[in-house]
Design a protein around this ligand. Structure first.
Ligand SMILES: NC(=O)c1ccc[n+]([C@@H]2O[C@H](COP(=O)([O-])OP(=O)(O)OC[C@H]3O[C@@H](n4cnc5c(N)ncnc54)[C@H](O)[C@@H]3O)[C@@H](O)[C@H]2O)c1
Ligand SMILES: O=C(O)C(=O)C[C@@H](O)[C@H](O)[C@H](O)COP(=O)(O)O
Ligand SMILES: [Zn+2]
Length: 360
């Protein structure tokens, strides 16, 4: 097992455990629970697979489960209520612990519910998708979507620990594995060019689910994410670089209807848009953009934008992004392969040139 640390320089710092067979290690979980009452939040797909394994470690606790429907379209304030129903119906106290067992949707919702219930209870992340293990379970961004904007309602709220058991990826389908790779590739593009090279050589091994390759990719991704979050917990600076491709990507997710494109797929297309815009500013070469498109294609990710979204729709949706200041659209671009910019103000003409000019 590997143990990393999200070092925030304060009491909110916590460990990330990465390895095989971690769901069976009762002590790992129990050492982070300081209450008798535990609510596990999961969904209708993950619970039948892994809920009993988690509960088996907690036989002497008062455990309850809140099982949500599966899908990005249920990441809403309405379905958040189901978690509060579970906590209240069982008279859970403020010292209760919430465990989020699932992918990024469950992690974001469980974390937000924990942040809100009685103004904050402890929570633990047990991420079960590649995307959640390499990105969403780490860093404390929690929340839900709104019909008009992705993740628009939420809070920064850190977990007690993250337990990433790579064995659970055995049941994850190939499309979801590729979606997770989009965020893995992101770390290479924004700050880790050596990792980018490694990924270019090892994508076939990752897609073939080679255990050593996956373990390395999870660890290296978490090291990158923990470093960025440790430097800038509340996204006043460098943390915004983790949003590469997301301004376009979130517009695609919202514009196409939540769940149509997976988050990682939308980020892959969005990153191609960001690369095209970076080239137009003279920061990337044509060859760099071609390399970015090639790496996403090699990960079986889409690089072509949805045919039915208009430029007006993108501009409208991008105008509610969280990086914007005074309503002005700001995006993360690439100054070079392996080096992201901080948020850049872009004017309408630049944006339109990319939206009309990049076709995948
Ligand atoms: N908080 C953050 O920093 C952050 C970072 C990245 C993404 N996100 C959010 O995360 C969400 C995407 O997360 P995701 O890609 O994990 O999607 P997801 O949570 O929808 O999970 C993807 C699918 O895999 C299923 N699943 C999960 N684990 C499984 C397993 N082990 N075996 C079989 N099936 C399994 C789920 O039921 C679901 O159908 C988005 O809402 C995105 O906005 C948040
Ligand atoms: O942790 C972060 O910071 C990120 O931006 C990680 C992203 O991959 C993630 O999708 C995040 O939820 C997007 O953040 P948002 O603030 O744009 O909603
Ligand atoms: Zn993301």
């Amino acid at each position: 097992m590997k143990e990393l640390r999200v070092d925030l320089g304060n009491q909110r710092s916590y460990p990330i455990y990465i390895g095989s067979g971690l769901l069976q290690q009762a002590d790992l979980l129990r050492r982070h629970i300081r209450s008798k009452q535990v609510l596990v939040v999961s969904n209708e797909t993950v619970a039948p697979l892994y809920l009993n394994q988690v509960l088996a470690n907690l036989a002497d606790y008062q455990t309850e489960a809140a099982i949500l429907p599966d899908g990005e379209q249920y990441k809403t304030l309405h379905y958040l209520e189901k978690i509060f129903d579970g906590l209240l119906a069982n008279k859970f106290s403020r010292n209760a612990t919430l465990i989020a067992l699932g992918g990024g949707v469950i992690g974001d919702m469980g974390g937000f519910a924990a942040a809100c219930y009685q103004r904050g209870i402890a929570f633990i992340q047990i991420p079960t998708t590649l995307l959640a293990q390499v990105d969403s379970s780490v860093g404390g961004k929690t929340g839900v979507n709104h019909a008009l904007g992705k993740n628009m309602i939420g809070a920064f709220y850190q977990p007690q620990c993250v337990i990433a058991d790579a064995d659970v990826l055995d049941t994850l389908d190939d499309r979801q594995l590729s979606a997770g790779l989009a965020e893995v590739i992101k770390y290479g593009l924004i700050r880790d060019p050596e990792f980018l090279h490694w990924l270019e050589a090892n994508l076939p091994n990752l897609l073939a689910r080679d255990k050593a390759a996956l373990a390395y990719a999870i660890e290296r991704s978490c090291i990158n994410k923990a470093e960025v979050v440790g430097e800038d917990e509340f996204e006043s600076g460098v943390r915004a670089t983790l949003n590469l491709g997301h301004t376009f990507g979130h517009a695609i997710e919202t514009g196409s209807g939540y769940g149509h494109y997976l988050h990682g797929e939308a980020v892959a297309i969005g990153t191609c848009f960001a690369a095209d815009l970076s080239r137009r500013l003279g920061w990337l070469l044509d060859a760099d953009v071609a390399r970015i498109i090639a790496i996403f294609k090699a990960a079986n990710l889409p690089v072509t934008p949805p045919a039915d979204m208009t430029t007006e729709q993108y501009v409208d949706l991008m105008a509610v992004d969280k990086k914007n200041v005074d309503g002005k659209i700001r995006v993360i671009l690439l100054e070079a392969l392996g080096k992201a910019s901080l948020p850049v103000n872009i004017d309408l003409a630049q944006l339109q040139a990319t939206l009309n000019g990049y076709a995948g």
